[in-house]
Ligand binder design. Sequence first.
Ligand code: S3P
Length: 197
Amino acid sequence: MAEPVVPDEPLPPDDPDLPGDAPVCLIGMMGSGKSTAGRRIASLLGRRFLDADRELEARCGVPITTIFELEGEEGFRRRESQMLEELSARPGVVLATGGGVVTVARNRELLRSRCFTIYLQAGAAELWHRLRNDRVRPLLRTADPRARITELVTVRDPLYRASAHRLVRTGRHPVERTALDILAALPPRFHPAATSP
Ligand code: S3P
């Protein structure tokens, strides 16, 4: 169960002491395009792309669905938090996170303090459109996955806002447009020209 936070609180301020090679993290609901946009952004910035879920699967040697089956959501969250603790310490990466990472307070703190974090925001109707044929995500294996998405968006939107330095709408536009919006949202010190010698 997510801890309550004040709804619609303003996004955390940009910390000017956060170095320009800090991880750029993408957060948002499943289906918001974090991995696709993240890969594109990483190539535009000349950074390495990491997907926290894929890293976790590689570490455990089994898919996320199996971790949920064997250890439940609680076990998965423990492993996911451990992974964020490690990956958020790596400089020069673009990191896509799992949609539920913000449900843990320590993770929200890491996203705010160690990373420059961008919330890819999409409405429940758009997310349903993208996820309606999904057979992989454990949290959508319910009688009414559409209602589940709406419920998760309601609970998590304030948590994403409390964890991110910028919000970028993903809507239904192509990934290239989202990638450019993310680039525009990044302060100049994160742009390659600012870090090259
Ligand atoms: C989850 C989202 C998934 C994955 C797991 C749980 C969630 O990642 O971490 O199935 O709680 O929303 P994506 O957001 O990459 O689909």
